[in-house]
Design a protein around this ligand. Structure first.
Ligand SMILES: CC(C)(COP(=O)(O)OP(=O)(O)OC[C@H]1O[C@@H](n2cnc3c(N)ncnc32)[C@H](O)[C@@H]1OP(=O)(O)O)[C@@H](O)C(=O)NCCC(=O)NCCS
Length: 171
């Protein structure tokens, strides 16, 4: 009889105790992937805040980790609250902090985490996902069925801003 095929990675909900592993993952992933799309001076300003695990997400019950080889190799989740101002609109939810460690890239980690998010959100009455995609991740979200609405610019200093793409997907 054939051996069952073993998944190379598994997906589970994150816990507050995962903060260190998530920060290490974000630090390994964001600077590498974002360097394709943003100038170094923008990343120097933006990355310190972007590469810290978000304690509220870890406690949210809707933030997932992928583990492979005993290590955290991917993360991502969703919240009803909009990331910038915490506003809640019925039926709409927001994609948060997706990240895959570069040595696990393009192996379906992000897609699998997204599928877990989608199943959970549908069960909670969410009809539309929105994300503010970093420009390097637009192709990833497009492959997951998102469409671009337009660019957003967030001021980092009076002279520097970071651009992201607002994208949406019906569930
Ligand atoms: C974006 C990111 C999470 C994608 O994770 P991933 O696990 O590599 O993605 P998957 O393997 O699940 O990719 C699913 C599909 O998305 C598309 N895709 C993913 N990365 C892509 C890329 N760099 N270029 C073009 N298409 C891409 C492909 O269609 C892919 O399917 P395929 O490999 O069968 O062709 C990862 O590159 C990352 O961590 N980037 C840095 C952090 C970041 O920018 N996060 C988003 C913040 S908004």
């Amino acid at each position: 009889m054939n051996e069952p095929v073993r998944a190379a990675f598994g997906v589970r909900l994150a816990r507050p105790g995962d903060a260190g592993a998530v920060t290490a993952l974000l630090r390994a992933s964001y600077p590498v992937s974002m360097a394709e799309a943003y100038p170094a001076e923008v990343l120097k300003l933006a990355l310190p805040a972007m590469t810290r695990a978000n304690e509220r997400l870890l406690r949210s019950g809707s933030f997932y980790l992928a583990e492979g080889g005993g290590e955290v190799i991917g993360c991502g989740g969703w919240t009803a609250e909009r990331p910038d101002d915490g506003a809640v609109e019925p039926g709409l939810a927001h994609i948060r902090h997706f990240s895959t460690r570069p040595d696990w890239g393009r192996r379906g980690v992000g897609r699998r985490i997204f599928e877990a998010c989608m199943a959970q959100a549908r069960g909670e009455g969410i009809r539309v996902f929105e994300c503010y995609a970093s420009l390097n991740a637009v192709a990833f979200y497009a492959a997951l069925g998102f469409r671009a609405l337009g660019e957003r610019h967030i001021a980092l200093t009076p002279k520097q801003h970071i651009t992201s793409m607002q994208m949406v997907r019906e569930l």
